[in-house]
Design a protein around this ligand. Structure first.
Ligand code: AMP
Length: 214
């Protein structure tokens, strides 16, 4: 099953993608995670990507597509994938269609996770992530604000989760990513799923949308 999760920053794409990936046994591919790994490793790709990410801008399509092309050709994508944060522009979506066509594959479901913007900003400033197991938490709902409850690694705040950069990320989302909603609606693969305060409820809606739950 080939799935795309789209939605504004903070909509909960990563949290849902991780759970879906474990349930469906297909890889969770987050271009944001790939870029952050490369930034931490100080590779050429990471150094370039950081220039954009630290300003809340999108990494250029050409760079993003080369990352995706390489990732999609790995063996673990044979039974499908869950894209989280990709595609983010119409050019990326069109390029993805071409790559999949060459592979004899197609996108089965696009889930657009819908949330109110004021809720999103609150979620993003309260978001903490585990650099080790990549789990995502909200400061308001975890017991320890410092340690990952899964692996006891100190939690960190993403550098782009500050109000100034968040505003830029929303501008990029509205200008460049939102048009994908029409693009995938026209292909009859898109379902809008309202993000609920409990992840279990959001996930249930997504599972219904992809036909796993009735
Ligand atoms: P995310 O972890 O999905 O919120 O992504 C963090 C940042 O990485 C974004 O704000 C962008 O700067 C960059 N990024 C992630 N995915 C893409 C993409 N598909 N195209 C361009 N830039 C991306």
């Amino acid at each position: 099953m080939n799935i795309i999760l789209i939605g504004a920053p903070g909509a909960g794409k990563g949290t849902q993608a991780k759970k879906l990936s474990a349930m469906l046994n297909i890889p969770h591919i987050s271009t944001g995670d790939i870029f952050r790994e490369q930034i931490a490793l100080k590779t050429d790709l990471g150094i370039v990507a950081d220039k954009y990410i630290s300003k809340g801008m999108l990494v250029p399509d050409e760079i993003t597509m080369s990352v995706i092309r390489e990732r999609l050709h790995r063996d673990d994508c044979g039974d499908g994938f869950i894209f989280d944060g990709f595609p983010r522009t119409l050019v990326q979506a069109e390029e993805l269609d071409k790559i999949l066509k060459d592979l004899g594959r197609k996108i089965d479901f696009v889930i657009n996770i819908v949330v109110d913007e004021d809720v999103l900003i609150d979620r993003l400033v309260n978001r903490r992530v585990c650099p080790e197991c990549k789990a995502i938490f909200n400061l308001e709902t975890i017991a320890s604000r410092e340690m990952c409850p899964n692996c006891s690694t100190p939690l960190i705040q993403r550098e782009d989760d500050n109000v100034r950069i968040i505003k830029q990320r929303f501008i990029a989302y509205h200008d460049l990513t939102e048009p994908l909603i029409n693009y995938y609606s026209a292909k009859n693969v898109l379902t809008n799923v309202k993000s609920m305060s409990r992840i279990e409820d959001s996930l249930r809606n997504t599972l219904e949308a992809i036909g796993i739950l009735k």
